[in-house]
Design a protein around this ligand. Structure first.
Ligand code: SF4
Length: 289
Protein backbone atom coordinates (compact mmCIF):
# COMPACT_ATOMS: atom_id res chain seq x y z
CA UNK A 1 0.00 0.00 0.00
CA UNK A 2 1.35 3.47 -0.90
CA UNK A 3 2.36 5.96 1.76
CA UNK A 4 -0.50 8.16 2.94
CA UNK A 5 0.54 11.80 2.52
CA UNK A 6 0.01 14.53 5.11
CA UNK A 7 -2.51 16.16 2.77
CA UNK A 8 -4.47 12.90 2.51
CA UNK A 9 -4.57 12.61 6.28
CA UNK A 10 -5.83 16.17 6.62
CA UNK A 11 -8.49 15.57 3.96
CA UNK A 12 -9.65 12.31 5.50
CA UNK A 13 -9.67 13.70 9.04
CA UNK A 14 -11.72 16.74 8.13
CA UNK A 15 -14.16 14.95 5.81
CA UNK A 16 -14.80 12.48 8.64
CA UNK A 17 -15.30 15.37 11.08
CA UNK A 18 -17.88 16.83 8.70
CA UNK A 19 -19.79 13.69 7.86
CA UNK A 20 -23.10 13.85 9.63
CA UNK A 21 -22.29 17.11 11.41
CA UNK A 22 -22.68 19.70 8.64
CA UNK A 23 -25.36 22.24 9.44
CA UNK A 24 -28.49 21.73 7.38
CA UNK A 25 -28.85 24.99 5.46
CA UNK A 26 -31.21 25.60 2.52
CA UNK A 27 -28.43 26.64 0.15
CA UNK A 28 -26.74 23.33 0.88
CA UNK A 29 -29.77 21.51 -0.48
CA UNK A 30 -29.62 23.04 -3.93
CA UNK A 31 -27.57 22.90 -7.13
CA UNK A 32 -29.30 25.98 -8.48
CA UNK A 33 -26.45 28.36 -9.30
CA UNK A 34 -28.63 31.47 -8.95
CA UNK A 35 -29.76 30.41 -5.48
CA UNK A 36 -26.18 29.64 -4.51
CA UNK A 37 -25.13 33.10 -5.72
CA UNK A 38 -27.89 34.79 -3.70
CA UNK A 39 -26.84 32.91 -0.56
CA UNK A 40 -23.15 33.69 -1.07
CA UNK A 41 -23.79 37.40 -1.56
CA UNK A 42 -26.04 37.53 1.52
CA UNK A 43 -23.53 35.61 3.64
CA UNK A 44 -20.61 37.86 2.69
CA UNK A 45 -21.18 40.29 5.54
CA UNK A 46 -24.15 38.90 7.43
CA UNK A 47 -24.50 35.97 9.85
CA UNK A 48 -26.22 32.70 8.91
CA UNK A 49 -29.06 33.27 11.40
CA UNK A 50 -29.95 36.64 9.92
CA UNK A 51 -29.61 35.40 6.35
CA UNK A 52 -31.85 32.31 6.74
CA UNK A 53 -35.33 33.95 6.71
CA UNK A 54 -34.29 36.62 4.19
CA UNK A 55 -32.88 34.03 1.81
CA UNK A 56 -36.11 32.01 1.81
CA UNK A 57 -38.21 35.12 1.06
CA UNK A 58 -35.83 36.38 -1.57
CA UNK A 59 -35.74 33.08 -3.44
CA UNK A 60 -39.52 32.77 -3.27
CA UNK A 61 -39.86 36.22 -4.83
CA UNK A 62 -36.94 35.98 -7.26
CA UNK A 63 -36.56 32.27 -8.14
CA UNK A 64 -34.57 33.12 -11.30
CA UNK A 65 -32.28 35.99 -12.39
CA UNK A 66 -35.08 37.06 -14.77
CA UNK A 67 -37.48 37.62 -11.86
CA UNK A 68 -35.02 39.92 -10.15
CA UNK A 69 -34.03 41.66 -13.39
CA UNK A 70 -37.69 42.48 -14.08
CA UNK A 71 -38.36 43.83 -10.58
CA UNK A 72 -37.50 47.36 -9.54
CA UNK A 73 -34.43 47.93 -7.39
CA UNK A 74 -36.82 49.29 -4.74
CA UNK A 75 -38.68 45.95 -4.56
CA UNK A 76 -35.39 44.12 -4.22
CA UNK A 77 -34.13 46.51 -1.53
CA UNK A 78 -37.38 46.07 0.41
CA UNK A 79 -36.71 42.32 0.55
CA UNK A 80 -33.09 42.98 1.46
CA UNK A 81 -33.98 45.29 4.33
CA UNK A 82 -32.35 44.16 7.58
CA UNK A 83 -29.35 42.46 5.95
CA UNK A 84 -27.25 45.64 5.73
CA UNK A 85 -24.81 46.72 3.03
CA UNK A 86 -27.55 47.34 0.44
CA UNK A 87 -24.95 47.90 -2.30
CA UNK A 88 -24.73 44.11 -2.43
CA UNK A 89 -28.37 43.98 -3.44
CA UNK A 90 -27.86 46.59 -6.16
CA UNK A 91 -24.85 44.67 -7.54
CA UNK A 92 -26.76 41.39 -7.40
CA UNK A 93 -29.53 42.94 -9.49
CA UNK A 94 -26.95 44.13 -12.03
CA UNK A 95 -25.68 40.55 -12.26
CA UNK A 96 -29.27 39.31 -12.65
CA UNK A 97 -29.85 41.74 -15.52
CA UNK A 98 -26.73 40.52 -17.39
CA UNK A 99 -27.62 36.88 -16.75
CA UNK A 100 -31.16 37.36 -18.02
CA UNK A 101 -30.09 39.42 -21.05
CA UNK A 102 -26.88 37.68 -22.21
CA UNK A 103 -27.04 34.16 -20.75
CA UNK A 104 -30.70 33.26 -21.05
CA UNK A 105 -30.88 33.25 -17.24
CA UNK A 106 -28.34 30.40 -16.97
CA UNK A 107 -25.28 30.89 -14.78
CA UNK A 108 -22.02 30.24 -16.70
CA UNK A 109 -19.79 27.41 -15.47
CA UNK A 110 -16.26 28.65 -16.13
CA UNK A 111 -14.17 30.83 -13.86
CA UNK A 112 -13.46 33.40 -16.59
CA UNK A 113 -17.12 33.86 -17.56
CA UNK A 114 -18.15 34.16 -13.93
CA UNK A 115 -15.43 36.71 -13.19
CA UNK A 116 -16.64 38.82 -16.13
CA UNK A 117 -20.06 39.24 -14.48
CA UNK A 118 -20.58 42.48 -12.53
CA UNK A 119 -19.90 42.18 -8.82
CA UNK A 120 -18.50 38.63 -8.93
CA UNK A 121 -14.96 38.24 -7.61
CA UNK A 122 -12.66 35.26 -7.12
CA UNK A 123 -14.38 34.08 -3.97
CA UNK A 124 -17.95 34.15 -5.30
CA UNK A 125 -16.98 32.67 -8.68
CA UNK A 126 -15.28 29.73 -7.00
CA UNK A 127 -18.17 29.26 -4.61
CA UNK A 128 -20.53 28.93 -7.59
CA UNK A 129 -18.22 26.42 -9.29
CA UNK A 130 -17.85 24.34 -6.13
CA UNK A 131 -21.35 24.52 -4.66
CA UNK A 132 -23.55 24.71 -7.75
CA UNK A 133 -21.51 23.13 -10.53
CA UNK A 134 -19.81 20.67 -8.16
CA UNK A 135 -16.33 21.27 -9.53
CA UNK A 136 -13.21 20.39 -7.54
CA UNK A 137 -12.05 23.94 -6.87
CA UNK A 138 -11.26 25.36 -3.45
CA UNK A 139 -13.13 28.27 -1.94
CA UNK A 140 -11.04 30.34 0.47
CA UNK A 141 -13.05 32.43 2.88
CA UNK A 142 -11.94 33.93 6.17
CA UNK A 143 -12.53 30.63 8.01
CA UNK A 144 -10.60 28.56 5.48
CA UNK A 145 -7.73 31.05 5.52
CA UNK A 146 -7.46 30.70 9.30
CA UNK A 147 -7.51 26.89 9.26
CA UNK A 148 -4.92 26.60 6.48
CA UNK A 149 -2.43 29.03 7.99
CA UNK A 150 -2.70 27.22 11.32
CA UNK A 151 -2.22 23.84 9.66
CA UNK A 152 0.93 25.22 7.99
CA UNK A 153 2.04 26.98 11.17
CA UNK A 154 2.80 30.24 9.35
CA UNK A 155 1.02 33.24 7.83
CA UNK A 156 0.21 32.63 4.15
CA UNK A 157 -0.16 35.10 1.29
CA UNK A 158 -3.24 34.96 -0.94
CA UNK A 159 -1.60 32.98 -3.76
CA UNK A 160 -0.09 30.39 -1.42
CA UNK A 161 -3.42 30.02 0.37
CA UNK A 162 -5.31 29.38 -2.85
CA UNK A 163 -2.63 26.95 -4.08
CA UNK A 164 -2.65 24.96 -0.88
CA UNK A 165 -6.45 24.98 -0.74
CA UNK A 166 -6.67 23.69 -4.33
CA UNK A 167 -4.15 20.93 -3.59
CA UNK A 168 -6.13 19.75 -0.60
CA UNK A 169 -9.49 19.24 -2.39
CA UNK A 170 -10.07 15.46 -2.47
CA UNK A 171 -10.93 14.29 -6.00
CA UNK A 172 -14.67 14.25 -6.66
CA UNK A 173 -15.43 15.68 -3.21
CA UNK A 174 -15.12 19.41 -3.91
CA UNK A 175 -18.60 20.24 -2.63
CA UNK A 176 -18.23 18.30 0.64
CA UNK A 177 -14.68 19.51 1.19
CA UNK A 178 -15.50 23.19 0.89
CA UNK A 179 -18.57 22.95 3.11
CA UNK A 180 -16.58 21.02 5.72
CA UNK A 181 -13.69 23.49 5.69
CA UNK A 182 -16.00 26.44 6.22
CA UNK A 183 -17.90 24.72 9.02
CA UNK A 184 -14.70 23.49 10.63
CA UNK A 185 -13.33 27.03 10.73
CA UNK A 186 -16.62 28.48 11.96
CA UNK A 187 -17.27 25.87 14.66
CA UNK A 188 -14.08 24.07 15.61
CA UNK A 189 -10.93 25.99 14.65
CA UNK A 190 -12.46 29.29 15.70
CA UNK A 191 -10.76 32.66 15.99
CA UNK A 192 -10.58 32.74 19.77
CA UNK A 193 -11.07 29.17 20.98
CA UNK A 194 -9.70 26.55 18.59
CA UNK A 195 -10.42 23.12 20.06
CA UNK A 196 -6.95 21.74 19.47
CA UNK A 197 -7.10 18.97 22.06
CA UNK A 198 -10.09 17.36 20.38
CA UNK A 199 -9.01 18.14 16.83
CA UNK A 200 -9.13 15.42 14.14
CA UNK A 201 -6.04 16.87 12.42
CA UNK A 202 -4.03 17.77 15.50
CA UNK A 203 -1.13 15.55 14.45
CA UNK A 204 -0.94 17.19 11.04
CA UNK A 205 -1.35 20.73 12.39
CA UNK A 206 1.93 22.60 12.72
CA UNK A 207 0.54 25.28 15.02
CA UNK A 208 -1.91 23.26 17.19
CA UNK A 209 -2.42 26.17 19.55
CA UNK A 210 1.20 26.52 20.68
CA UNK A 211 2.99 29.87 20.29
CA UNK A 212 1.86 32.83 18.20
CA UNK A 213 -1.24 32.24 16.11
CA UNK A 214 -0.23 32.63 12.42
CA UNK A 215 -3.83 33.26 11.27
CA UNK A 216 -4.15 37.02 11.97
CA UNK A 217 -1.18 37.77 9.68
CA UNK A 218 -2.48 35.65 6.79
CA UNK A 219 -4.23 37.04 3.71
CA UNK A 220 -7.98 37.18 4.13
CA UNK A 221 -7.80 37.11 7.94
CA UNK A 222 -10.76 38.79 9.60
CA UNK A 223 -10.09 42.35 10.62
CA UNK A 224 -11.72 43.59 13.80
CA UNK A 225 -15.00 45.23 12.72
CA UNK A 226 -15.19 48.97 13.24
CA UNK A 227 -17.55 49.92 16.05
CA UNK A 228 -21.15 49.75 14.78
CA UNK A 229 -22.80 51.91 17.43
CA UNK A 230 -22.77 55.51 16.21
CA UNK A 231 -21.20 54.55 12.85
CA UNK A 232 -22.18 55.79 9.38
CA UNK A 233 -23.13 52.19 8.60
CA UNK A 234 -25.65 52.21 11.41
CA UNK A 235 -27.11 55.56 10.32
CA UNK A 236 -27.34 54.45 6.67
CA UNK A 237 -29.08 51.26 7.74
CA UNK A 238 -31.57 53.24 9.80
CA UNK A 239 -32.27 55.55 6.86
CA UNK A 240 -32.87 52.65 4.46
CA UNK A 241 -35.15 50.92 6.96
CA UNK A 242 -37.13 54.11 7.60
CA UNK A 243 -37.71 54.74 3.89
CA UNK A 244 -38.66 51.11 3.41
CA UNK A 245 -41.20 51.54 6.25
CA UNK A 246 -42.74 54.49 4.43
CA UNK A 247 -41.00 57.38 6.19
CA UNK A 248 -40.49 59.88 3.39
CA UNK A 249 -39.52 63.37 4.52
CA UNK A 250 -35.91 64.30 5.13
CA UNK A 251 -36.72 65.61 8.60
CA UNK A 252 -38.36 62.35 9.68
CA UNK A 253 -35.57 60.24 8.17
CA UNK A 254 -32.91 62.28 9.98
CA UNK A 255 -34.88 61.64 13.19
CA UNK A 256 -34.94 57.90 12.42
CA UNK A 257 -31.19 58.05 11.87
CA UNK A 258 -30.81 59.52 15.39
CA UNK A 259 -28.89 62.40 13.86
CA UNK A 260 -31.06 65.40 14.68
CA UNK A 261 -28.03 66.88 16.48
CA UNK A 262 -25.90 66.53 13.32
CA UNK A 263 -28.09 67.33 10.33
CA UNK A 264 -25.04 68.08 8.18
CA UNK A 265 -23.73 64.54 8.60
CA UNK A 266 -27.18 63.06 8.02
CA UNK A 267 -27.58 65.09 4.84
CA UNK A 268 -24.21 63.87 3.53
CA UNK A 269 -25.16 60.27 4.24
CA UNK A 270 -28.50 60.67 2.48
CA UNK A 271 -26.78 62.28 -0.50
CA UNK A 272 -24.40 59.32 -0.68
CA UNK A 273 -27.33 56.87 -0.68
CA UNK A 274 -28.94 58.83 -3.53
CA UNK A 275 -25.65 58.93 -5.47
CA UNK A 276 -25.27 55.17 -5.07
CA UNK A 277 -28.73 54.69 -6.54
CA UNK A 278 -30.11 53.22 -3.31
CA UNK A 279 -32.59 56.05 -2.62
CA UNK A 280 -34.51 58.41 -4.88
CA UNK A 281 -35.00 62.04 -3.90
CA UNK A 282 -37.74 64.34 -5.02
CA UNK A 283 -37.41 67.69 -3.23
CA UNK A 284 -37.19 66.88 0.47
CA UNK A 285 -38.88 63.48 0.07
CA UNK A 286 -37.21 60.10 -0.36
CA UNK A 287 -38.38 56.76 -1.73
CA UNK A 288 -36.81 53.46 -2.67
CA UNK A 289 -35.79 53.39 -6.35
S1 SF4 B 1 -5.06 21.61 15.98
FE1 SF4 B 1 -6.06 23.50 16.64
S2 SF4 B 1 -5.26 25.07 15.27
FE2 SF4 B 1 -4.83 23.11 14.33
S3 SF4 B 1 -6.53 22.73 12.94
FE3 SF4 B 1 -7.01 21.74 14.89
S4 SF4 B 1 -8.22 23.24 16.04
FE4 SF4 B 1 -7.19 24.34 14.36
Amino acid sequence: MGRVSRHDRIATGLIEWGSGSLRDLPWRRTNNAWHVLVSEVMLQQTSVTRVLPKYENFIAEFPTPGHMANASLGDALALWSGLGYPRRCRNLRETAIVLARDFDGVMPSTLDELLALPGIGQYTARAILAFAHRQDVAVVDVNVSRVLSRLEGEPLKARALQQLADQLVPEGLGWDWNQVMMDFGARHCTVRSPQCTACPVKKQCKWHGVGDDPAPLSAGASKPQAKFEGSDRQARGRAMRAVNDGVATQKAIVRAMNLEHDVERATKLLEALVNEGLLLRSGARFTLP
